[in-house]
Design a protein around this ligand. Sequence first.
Ligand code: NAP
Length: 325
Amino acid sequence: MDKKIKWGIIGLGKIANKFAADLLLSKASTLYGVASRDTNKSKDFYEKYKAVRYYNSYEELANEPEIDIIYIATPHSFHFENTMMCLKKNKAVLCEKPIGINSEQVKAVFEEAKSRNLFLMEAIWTRFIPATEKLIELLNNNAIGDVLFIRADFGFKANYDLKNRIYNKDLGGGSLLDIGIYPIYLSLLLLGIPTDIKAMARMTKTKVDGYCSMQFNYMNDAKASLESTIEANTPTTAYIYGSKGQIELHSPFHHTQKITILKNGEKEVLTVKYKGNGYLYEIEEVNKCLLNKATESLKVPPSLSIDLMSVIDRVKKEIGLTYKI
Ligand SMILES: NC(=O)c1ccc[n+]([C@@H]2O[C@H](COP(=O)([O-])OP(=O)(O)OC[C@H]3O[C@@H](n4cnc5c(N)ncnc54)[C@H](OP(=O)(O)O)[C@@H]3O)[C@@H](O)[C@H]2O)c1
């Protein structure tokens, strides 16, 4: 039988549940171990997703010799310490986005992984979904000519609850790090690193950005207009305007299943379905890398995560957003 990759998950919240459900769809994966800060929660999760084992702490899971890779699904502010802890126990890691709270942390985790020859990837799952592959194919085939400007937003109305990470500054709260990262990632994928960044935010009473508006300018004069908010439900669509036509990534654009191309007065609508919750494609990429003994994915390499956080840091500076570290 082909070797299966044995996964461990730490931080058993909302995304861990969705991810675990998709791990069960992956023939190349075994959900080996799960760990929470609370053993009862670990046990419930282990039963729900039929894991092989559960543990009393994150460290105990990271000490498990059977586990090949650990998926970190804790709030942003713990990604650095959790990733470092797992790497120092010589475990490969897939860490939720953002992989650190600033550029120093992001560079440090990748240096640690490199020094140990370990696989490490930020969970930019949207890169692997079929619609993103289709979008890249369309642009490579010059479907809309040169990209002139893009517009993308991501907004949802979150409950004001400081037990939840979204408004809580100590847990890395605010829209930029949580969801602004998606339109920024799209801009990076399509246009690269901006030369100029302008940004404005509406800060919450907890001193995180409730709304963030960003304007990026590029060397070739292309532009990106991006927004994120945790204070209102916004369309969450992306439009890519080119010299010969335009593409709409329908809501929710970051894991869309519908793409519309408008060109020469004609409209083409493509349906691009994904399985499960959409995380399977990222999971299979990681499995493939580990089976091939690769220490990075070519689609979401360390340089991408470093560039992404360098852009986010520039936006943070523009809007006066800081986090304690
Ligand atoms: N890829 C995606 O689509 C996606 C979607 C949503 C979120 N995310 C990312 O995934 C991460 C987790 O998001 P989530 O929505 O799953 O959050 P969540 O529901 O709040 O879960 C986070 C988990 O982290 C653990 N944790 C450790 N220390 C904690 C602390 N001091 N306070 C609260 N929780 C703590 C808890 O697990 P235990 O109690 O089990 O220890 C908690 O259940 C975030 O960084 C977010 O950016 C990604």
